[in-house]
Ligand binder design. Structure first.
Ligand code: GTP
Ligand code: MG
Length: 200
């Protein structure tokens, strides 16, 4: 089984120009503000407070890099998890919003090291137009060496009937709860296999 041995904060960047050097394979967590991007990084690494989460949307304002050391019992692997600001956070001035989105899209489109885009979707709202737009956007820019993984967050808030609806519409759906940790092992395995192309 794949597990995280260690995780640590590396740096924050306000734009692509001042990011850490290209190199380690990166997993970029993308989604609407408040969907649970920072929380899933903490759950996956089993480190509360590693990424700053908040009930107030718009908490993450920079591109934050975390070094993650994984092990599959035999070998160690290193990845970089990247916590990003949310798409479409409205409670800032229009010009500031445009500035954020510009830096965000530059990082997403031009950063060579990105191997996986983890698109997080709030499982209570699985069919939002904004998520369809994000998915279409990612499909439009994804390079042959990159993959898109869809993960549904906050699954602890769902009734079984809601789970069935998601599974029917997204047969490969990975549902997770960062609070109860349900689905977290499966999400880690999926990320690992997507990056390294091997079964763990
Ligand atoms: N019930 C429940 N709440 C969650 C879960 N994951 C995150 N939350 C809550 O959702 C809120 C937002 O979580 P964050 O991780 O800060 O969300 P984010 O996507 O990083 O938000 P921004 O940084 O603003 O873009 C916080 O109050 C979290 O405690 C989950 O699995 N279940
Ligand atoms: Mg955040």
């Amino acid at each position: 089984m794949i597990r995280v041995k260690d995780a640590s904060f590396i740096s924050s960047a306000s734009s692509l120009a001042n990011t850490t050097p290209e190199g380690l394979s990166e997993v970029a967590f993308i989604g609407r503000s408040n969907v649970g991007k920072s929380s899933i990084i903490n759950a996956l690494t089993n480190k509360k407070g590693l990424a700053k989460s908040s009930s107030t949307p718009g908490k993450t304002r920079l591109i934050n890099f975390f070094n993650v050391l994984l092990s599959d019992e035999e070998k160690d692997f290193t990845l970089q998890f990247v916590d990003l600001p949310g798409f479409g956070y409205a409670r800032v001035s229009h010009s500031m919003k445009e500035e954020w989105q510009k830096h965000l899209t530059q990082y997403i489109e031009r950063r060579i090291s990105i191997r996986v885009f983890v698109h997080l979707i709030d499982s209570r709202h699985p069919f939002l137009e904004s998520d369809k737009e994000v998915h279409a956007y990612l499909e439009g820019i994804v390079r042959p060496d990159q993959r898109i993984l869809r993960i549904f967050t906050k699954a602890d808030k769902l009734k079984q009937s809601d789970v069935s609806v998601i599974k029917k519409n997204y047969p490969d759906a990975i549902l997770v709860s960062s609070s109860s940790k349900k689905g977290i092992d499966r999400a880690l395995k999926a990320i690992f296999e997507t990056v390294f192309g091997v079964e763990s």
